[in-house]
Design a protein around this ligand. Sequence first.
Ligand code: GDP
Length: 369
Amino acid sequence: SLKAGIVGLPNVGKSTLFNAVVENGKAQAANFPFCTIEPNVGIVAVPDPRLNVLSNLSKSQRAVPASIEFVDIAGLVKGASQGEGLGNKFLAHIREVDSILQVVRCFEDNDIVHVNGKVDPRSDIDVINLELGFSDLDQIEKRIEKLKKSKGKDSPSKVKEDAERSALEKIQQSLMEGKPARSVVLSDYEKEAIKHLCLLTMKPVIYIANVAESDIGDPESIPHVREVKDLASQYLSGVVAISAQVESELSELPLEERYEYLKSLGVEESGLGNLIRATYDLLGLRTYFTSGEKETKAWTILAGMTAPQAAGVIHSDFEKGFIRAETVAYDDFVVAGSLAAVREKGLLRSEGKDYVVQEGDVMLFRFNV
Ligand code: GDP
């Protein structure tokens, strides 16, 4: 599943949020087959009301939601890229995630020490960006040196190496101006050439503005939150306001009392839903379903994926042996009431390998093994 790494300076609320999200996920996913929790890794179901609707219509034995894996990456301090603290280990963890969620402290509390002495979102964000940027610069410098020494003359690999080098030089320039690698315009060929480096500032980032319980009803009224929003748009990142405290209290309440509690704070739903939506938006993710008697399942794909690529998310053999897909839009399935009725009404379309899977498609794949 999709991997999201939670980072941030000490005492901003990372662990509080991580633990709450994992607890909430467990409660919602009580009858789902994943609750494997390592100390710093939690797998959380993506809430999606369409899943149960489909599952009921298909009389499925079980419903399996899509999932997101959250990793609590503690240990970032100033100087991490120079190997201070848990620096290198920390950066290696970040290299493995699909997106970075940075918790930014926007709550005031004199009892909880801030590493810089005061709540200052801009400085929190800059410290982390600097560390990630330094690490990328270091890696890029070494790689460019290596490419310079490369002997290959007019071979195909030379063409690729040239593309890599020119892309890296552009990124280097941008990083020195304080701009992340993801802000550099690259051709698809260049992107492919530098992919193996897994640059940290290439990864999509969402800032989680951690606000006080009393502010969650109207986070925009907090100047700190507005500052995080400004920075997010400047750094091509997403932003979502959450109260780690609220999430934590929610996770301790019985399910039936949660809504009342949220309502008393002036919000409709927990922050997890908002966070997941922000992640789907920023990463351009889409959901499609498979649905039958055995199970109804939600699958996560990238926007623009074709039917064979979407099939490949289930199993690589499905992609290799892809013949065609039978598909129906979620709304049409619900109106018809069952797969049999969908067939009868002629709503099931047969699509080939160029079909781009749409949000909410219910898919049946035909393939050779
Ligand atoms: P981490 O070091 O970033 O993992 O931070 P923790 O999650 O351990 O939180 C540090 C301290 O801040 C703990 O005492 C939390 O209870 C507290 N804390 C976290 N979120 C909030 C919040 O939204 N409001 C308040 N007042 N305290 C919080």
